[in-house]
Ligand binder design. Structure first.
Ligand code: BG6
Length: 514
């Protein structure tokens, strides 16, 4: 069958999801076959396919690109295509879906569906995995969009079947989703199993926060502007807050969430990626190893976290955005006396010359009253003496707020003179919003990650040592957990203890947005 030529190359100049790849000169990735384990899973339907559709629309995939879905479910090429097409259609009608488009561009979607094929296989059976040889020609990316308990086994099956063997003109790569281990020991074991089958440069461990444009922008902000870096240290910074608050509950993921909890689910991965972007030393180049080595050094410098610096919370029933919602213990597949935390706040210290003594406060939780991911850098207070004989009673420290989502942008909070004959001060904000400055293409956050994997750029992926350093930092706290988490009503800003954690040092969280 003739494959349609590239939609966007016909339509004209590509518009790119994600500014990093939309930079002038972006070119299609080399031809490759993407073999997705977990073809029927939610991740494939909700994120991978829309991302591939966006990449196709932006002319970033080669005409020789192919997609093979692998799953245990009995299906075939036509059924799989139809199923994915109907999920894509759903997005066009559901404005609340993660990925919403006005209408699906038939040309771009047709380009994707022409390249789909389906293989029914039980990936726990070596002989069935070996059958993939029929589809694995030339460059191949194996994408493990499956439950974490299968990661090690599948990589082993692929390795033993010879499917990870590279040739000078053909790469073999494996993309591994999160969670990568459930503690330090299991993460080390998984690394050892994976690296027994594939070289580190073949392994792409996903942390989808790194696909967010605003997370990548932290590097641009810090290193493409001369004004921040001289201030970016303990001499000028009082403390830093990192928040990822969600309004959603655990939804249908109770079985996964029960043994996991907020700390394991979010902290050693997403929150620490934000932390390392904010706090790492400037790398010497954008080379993947240069950037990842600086991140690894930063993660290794986190002082091991003890339970006294951690507050865990669990949501009870309450009201979120006008809707009554049940408590965590009433959710499906959750124990009625569960002590799993759905909120966690931590105080971290970083043992290096730049940050010694500066607390980093990290909090994340579900069923809070606003959805907001942000970093707030609190600068030190200026000396007050000059204002002693004026009506000014105190000075407000400057803050730099980086809004990661949903209102992507940043705000620098300053103080100005209030107009009038007297010396009076007023807070002012300098605000930048992405949507005001740039035309943003629909983007599910996986476009850059898939493209980078195809072109072999590991910068935005986790290296084995980063994963292990992150788990090592939180492991002492995990080992010390004993008490029940503190309750908070759904729709609030979390447990009281989270405020007390900062009050100890005269600090405070920024209020969560509505
Ligand atoms: C996932 C967690 O990795 O990240 C979820 O497992 C969480 O519990 C999600 O809701 C948050 O990601 P985002 O992109 O929606 O902020």
């Amino acid at each position: 069958m003739d494959q349609p030529t590239h939609p966007a190359s016909v339509a004209g100049k590509p518009t790119l999801p994600g500014a990093r790849v939309s930079a002038a000169g972006a070119h299609p990735a080399p031809p490759a076959t993407l073999i997705i384990f977990g073809a029927h899973g939610d991740l494939t339907k909700r994120l991978l396919m829309p991302a591939l559709y966006n990449l196709a629309g932006a002319a970033l995939l080669d005409d020789g690109f192919k997609i093979v879905g692998v799953d245990r479910v009995a299906s075939d090429d036509t059924h799989w295509r139809d199923e994915l097409t109907s999920t894509m259609q759903e997005f066009t009608h559901d404005k609340t879906a993660e990925f919403y488009v006005e209408h699906v561009d038939e040309k771009a979607w047709g380009w994707v569906t022409q390249r789909l094929s389906y293989v029914q296989a039980d990936f726990s059976k070596p002989e069935e995995v070996a059958r993939l040889h029929d589809h694995a020609h030339g460059n191949v990316v194996f994408y493990l969009a499956i439950a974490a308990r299968f990661f090690g086994d599948v990589v082993e099956q692929l390795g033993k079947a010879g499917l990870l063997k590279e040739a000078p003109d053909a790469f073999r790569r494996v993309v591994i989703e999160k969670p990568y281990g459930s503690d330090l020991e299991s993460a080390k074991k998984l690394n050892a199993r994976v690296l027994a089958q594939a070289g580190e440069q073949q392994v792409f461990r996903i942390d989808h926060f790194l696909g967010k444009e605003t997370v990548q922008n932290i590097m641009a902000l810090r290193f493409a502007n001369g004004i921040f870096e001289p201030l970016w240290k303990r001499d000028h910074i009082d403390y830093i807050e990192i928040t990822a608050s969600e309004t959603v509950g655990v939804e249908q993921r109770g079985a996964f969430y029960e043994p996991t909890g907020a700390l394991r689910d979010m902290v050693p991965n997403h929150m620490f990626q934000l932390l390392s972007m904010i706090a790492m030393e400037p790398p010497n180049s954008f080379d993947a190893e240069a950037v990842r080595s600086e991140k690894a050094k930063l993660l290794q410098a986190i002082h091991p976290v003890r339970a006294q610096d951690v507050v865990r919370g669990q949501y009870g029933a309450g009201e979120v955005q006008g809707q009554h919602v049940p408590g965590y213990r009433e959710e499906p597949n959750v124990g009625r006396v569960s002590d799993t935390e759905t909120f966690v706040a931590l105080r971290l210290l970083i043992d290096n010359w730049r940050w010694a003594g500066v607390p980093f406060y990290v909090r994340t939780g579900k069923r809070l009253h606003g959805r907001q991911t942000q970093v707030v850098v609190h600068f030190r207070k200026p000396p007050y003496a000059l204002f002693r004989d004026t009506g000014v009673e105190s000075l407000t420290p400057n803050m730099l707020t980086l809004d990661i989502q949903p209102h992507e942008g940043m705000t620098l909070s300053l103080t100005a003179k209030h107009p009038g004959p007297k010396m009076a001060l007023a807070p002012i904000d300098l605000r930048f919003l992405y949507k005001d400055e740039f035309a943003l293409a629909p983007n599910v956050g996986y476009e850059t990650l898939i493209y980078d994997c195809l072109i072999g750029d590991s910068t935005l992926f986790q290296r084995a040592d980063m994963i292990e350093a992150s788990w090592a930092a939180v492991q002492p706290a995990i080992d010390e957990f004993g008490d029940q988490p503190e309750f908070y009503a759904a729709g609030t800003d979390g447990p009281q203890g989270a405020h007390a954690l900062l009050e100890r040092e005269g600090h405070a969280w920024s209020p969560l947005a509505e």
